[in-house]
Design a protein around this ligand. Structure first.
Ligand code: CP
Length: 369
């Protein structure tokens, strides 16, 4: 393969594809109006905006979390507000509340994970749920058991929530057809990674005070990235302008459906950006190498302090992790004040607490945080 892979078919200017055509799915079960969260004696009061939404008749109506595609802007705001209410628990000496006491949560991971699995587990434990982890290598999948049989056997142990990560797109929806537990997608193939996009949105909202009207540049392996799909859906739904730059081989067919601007270079995508999100090169999802070399990728698409000169002065830099240092991000950026990567990880726990609370309690019980 030669360096020609980096030549781009679009002109020197960014151009905008038609708007997002993805429709919200409305078919999920309706749940009762969430009960207001009650502060424990001596505890903190919950964010009042959440209670207001409840008073105004807002319902979080999702029993499963398959993707951002199913969530309205109001759902997203509600999840982020709920996450903010839970976030302060991390600062307490005793990081535990009884919110999901008695609930059983299974982490079913068929792919490696550091951040997502541990933060779902920490989130569940902080809310007093009983949790256990199953990974592909230690499950009977290695003996030939089908995914659906595995799920049915787990269901026989009466879990309330199953969090699943799998290399195949659509596995969360498949499991939901065979079990009674709520299903939360922790990443399915190149389809969606909703909790990552939600923690990304929470991090942007925290640092910028808003999402609407911001310019967000997404750079890297978009074709194989479920984070890209969920981020595109989430940020455009919340009113941000998203521009992308990637080697031609990393741009998926049909990217136009997301309403993002495809740019000819990183410099164009990053120009005037409030937020730059670098994506990992997903070598595990590529049969053949789609870029000439990591070094060449870094030269044209790596984010360094020189590239960021075109962005806004207060630009923040994000990455879902794991980072290939010196490839997607140079250390002068990864370790700089502009990097909010560890804030993303911290917010991941709060967002996952919110998701488990919203699907796990359905708001039917009064809870203490
Ligand atoms: N961002 C993310 O999904 O990281 P992990 O693969 O470590 O879970």
């Amino acid at each position: 393969m030669t360096g020609t892979v980096f030549s781009h078919p679009v002109s020197a200017r960014c151009f905008r594809f038609p708007g997002n055509v993805v429709q919200r799915q409305e078919k999920e079960c309706r749940r009762p109006d969430p009960a207001p969260i009650q502060a424990a004696d001596g505890g903190c009061k919950v964010d009042s905006s959440r209670r207001q939404k409840s008073d105004q008749g807002y319902l979080f109506a999702h029993r499963h979390i398959f993707g951002i595609e199913q969530l309205s802007g109001e759902d997203i705001n509600h999840i982020l507000d709920t996450a903010l209410s839970f976030r302060q628990i991390a600062g307490r000496a005793v990081k535990k509340v009884p919110t999901l006491r008695g609930r059983t949560i299974i982490n079913l991971f068929f792919e490696p994970s550091t951040r997502t699995r541990s933060s779902f587990e920490i989130a569940a434990k902080r809310m007093s749920a009983d949790t256990f982890n199953i990974s592909a290598s230690t499950s009977s999948a290695v003996k030939g058991e089908t995914l659906v049989d595995t799920a049915r056997n787990l269901q026989a142990m009466a879990p309330d929530i199953i969090i699943v990560r799998h290399s195949a797109a659509g596995v969360p929806e498949l499991l939901a057809r065979h079990v009674e537990a709520s299903i939360v997608n922790a990443g399915d193939g190149a389809h969606e990674h909703p909790s990552q996009a939600l923690l990304d949105m929470l991090t942007v909202r925290e640092h910028k005070g808003r999402i609407s009207g911001l310019k967000i540049a997404v750079i890297g392996d978009i074709a194989h990235s479920r984070v890209a799909v969920s981020d595109f859906l989430g940020f455009t739904r919340m009113g941000a302008e998203v521009s992308v730059a990637a080697p031609q081989t990393y741009l998926p067919a049909g990217i136009e459906q997301f309403g993002v601007q495809v740019c000819a270079s990183v410099a164009e995508a990053v120009a005037g950006a409030d937020v730059v999100i670098a994506l990992r090169i997903q070598l595990e999802r590529q049969k053949d190498s789609l870029v000439p070399s990591r070094r060449e990728y870094a030269r044209f698409y790596g984010i360094n302090s020189e590239v960021l000169k075109a962005a806004k002065e207060d630009v923040i830099v994000m990455h879902p992790g794991p980072v290939n240092r010196g490839v997607e991000l140079e250390p002068d950026v990864a370790d700089s004040r502009r990097s909010v990567i560890l804030d993303q990880v911290s917010n991941g726990v709060a967002v996952r607490m919110a998701l488990l609370y919203l699907v796990g309690s359905g708001g039917r019980r009064e809870v203490e945080i």
